[in-house]
Design a protein around this ligand. Structure first.
Ligand SMILES: C[S@@+](CC[C@H](N)C(=O)[O-])C[C@H]1O[C@@H](n2cnc3c(N)ncnc32)[C@H](O)[C@@H]1O
Length: 331
């Protein structure tokens, strides 16, 4: 789903603050960059065009996209109207509804509206993820940032590492980070206090993450030796080992809920990859500021390779490495 940064429904940075107490237990979707999603969507639309689904009017689109923006920060520009129509059309059919206006009323009035909101978010967001996704950037994390951080901690007589994986989808990202930490620390991991807080909007994705059972597709870019060392095979699937699982705490957080973001424990490193591409500029600014406030001085922020904070914040210092980059909060 290609959602862009129009800011149409935002009204400056205050939009972020206004949303602070909106629902926290909402759901979510896949990623992979705009072009990938465009390609997927065109195939999807052509198959759907064979079925009869209600058309969305301009007014219905304005209502629904505003509703989604206010609750998730996800911005759907007018030119992507057909995406909303395609992705929600089958849901209307399942519910026996005849128009998007009826669906909007259902979302606002129905007793099960929290559940329906989860379903709505699952359809409009993208959950795509995998273990060892963007290996070059993860190499920077494992070989540069993490090794250096461990040396600094040990020199200061500390053994603490707190990471926040924001928008963790079905868990592949935080589990990958935990595996990398184990690889770097080896047996000495036992003496460390390691905590990875992993959050997402989607209860369905979080349930999958907590289950920790994956197909080989999720592991398609994971080195074979890592699979053998950190997973137990169950039939055709792979279950993450308990010693990795216990490093991570999964829980729901809506990144548009400023108050909830303030409650996340302080971190040395924040990962928020392939999430903010769906937000408009005011929402991005609010989220980046929340990461800044959450990080300890000298902490690091990793975004997706197509995401930049260049025009959004000058608070972070870019850290450029061969193959990728991250950002540092100056200490
Ligand atoms: C494409 S996945 C990225 C997963 C992982 N970070 C990665 O790069 O592989 C994007 C995730 O962001 C989540 N998301 C979207 N909007 C969100 C919001 N407002 N709050 C929290 N999570 C959100 C979606 O539910 C989805 O699981």
């Amino acid at each position: 789903m290609a959602l862009s940064t129009t800011g149409k429904f935002g009204s400056g940075a205050s939009t972020f603050a206004k949303r602070t107490s909106e629902g926290t237990g909402l759901p979510g979707g896949r990623t992979g960059g705009l072009m990938t999603d465009f390609a997927k969507e065109s195939k999807f639309s052509s198959s759907l065009s064979l079925r009869k689904t209600p058309k969305i009017s301009d007014e219905e689109f304005a209502q629904l996209s505003k509703f989604i923006y206010e609750r998730t920060g996800i911005s759907i520009p007018d030119k992507r109207k057909y995406l909303l129509e395609n992705r929600l059309g089958s849901r209307l059919k399942e519910l026996g509804l005849n128009s998007f206006k009826e669906y909007y009323d259902y979302l606002r009035m129905d007793r099960n509206k929290t559940l329906e909101m989860d379903k709505l978010c699952e359809r409009v967001t993208t959950n795509e993820t995998s273990f060892y996704r963007d290996i070059r950037q993860l190499g920077i994390f494992q070989n540069d940032i993490l090794k250096e951080f461990i040396k600094e901690q040990e020199a200061a007589g500390k053994k603490e590492l707190f990471i926040w994986s924001a928008g963790c989808s079905s868990g592949e990202e935080p589990y990958t980070l935990a595996i990398m930490i184990s690889e770097v620390l080896g047996m000495s991991v036992i003496g460390w206090n390691i905590r990875i807080s992993a959050n997402d909007l989607s209860p369905a994705m979080l349930a999958k993450a907590k289950e920790g059972l994956y197909t080989d597709y999720a592991l398609r870019t994971t080195p074979k030796g890592i699979i053998a060392k950190y997973f137990d095979q169950e039939g055709e699937n792979y279950r993450i080992k308990p010693r990795i699982k216990k490093m991570i705490t999964f829980g729901p957080i809506n990144l548009s809920d400023g108050m909830a973001l303030k409650r996340v424990p302080k971190s040395h490193i924040v990962f928020c990859r392939n999430v903010i591409i769906y937000f408009d500029d005011p929402m991005k600014q609010g989220v980046i500021q929340a990461f800044y406030d959450n990080l300890v001085p000298g902490g690091y922020l990793f975004l997706g390779h197509s995401e930049s904070i260049h025009k959004l914040s000058s608070a972070f210092k870019p850290v450029l490495k061969p193959g990728g980059m991250c950002y540092r909060k100056e200490g």
